[in-house]
Design a protein around this ligand. Sequence first.
Ligand code: RIB
Length: 311
Amino acid sequence: MTEAKSVAVIGSLNIDYFTRVESLPAPGETVCSDSLDIFRGGKGANQAIAASRQGSEIIFIGTVGNDEHGKKYLKELAKEGIDTSHIETVKGSTGTAFITVDRSGENMIVISSGANSTLTREQVKAKTKQISSAGAVLGQFEVPLPAIVEGARIANQNEVPVIINPSPVEKTFPWQEIRTDYLLVNEHEAGEVLGFNPWDEELSLVRQRLHELRVENLIVTRGGDDTLVYNRGDEVISIPTLAVLPIDTVGAGDAFAGCFAARIASGEKLEDALAAANCAGALTTLGAGAQNPVPDRERVDQHLEHLSQSS
Ligand code: RIB
């Protein structure tokens, strides 16, 4: 029997302006689109919603602007059952993301950080009690890095698992200052953080690099291919994912991260948490926007059952 514990998410909230084009513009080029959708997004909020739909109680530490977007966002999160009392409202605009997706699903994202850029180390420190009693702490890099470092430091001191999704990658992150229990990256991010592609090198070299970065488990998602885990074990662990025909991949990595955090927080084994996270990520690609298509626990479990019956 597993114990449901909360997930503390330290991260961003954005309003996503989403448009589709035939081909992404080259520098200096203008392209026209006949579509515009406005969704709620931001890696922090997307991951918080994904964890909440897996049944976790969420402690969300973030900031919105005192504009209409910010007010509406808090109401919508509350409807999801997410406690918004740790989200501060500051003067100015809520974060905004401009997302352009081409015919092949390739995307370009520009973020205007707005209120996200005001999250401080002190704000996180003020939540020491909540972080210390959480089942996992989950952070990304769309908010100032000192806030993430502080959350991880508190978690480390209290033996709470730290999950970092270093997106967008920030070269100056002080990895040595904290212990990262689970580092969630896509293939591109893996190369950026390690300085080389782990699948191109001897396992001993990968392990040495993880040791230097104080990372216990490196988890590499690879779209429709198996997710890989590099850790102290003698072999790379490979976890299959669900075969789907994606229509929109924006937010799939966030659904993976949120589901994974929820499952780890409730005490699931690494392999089981990853199988569930793979399903959540894949199912999220079947709808538009980064939050609406995120599946709940029941739906993920149904797919896991089908997978186990067909294997
Ligand atoms: O990962 C997808 C998210 O990245 C979008 O929701 C957008 O807001 C950007 O943060």
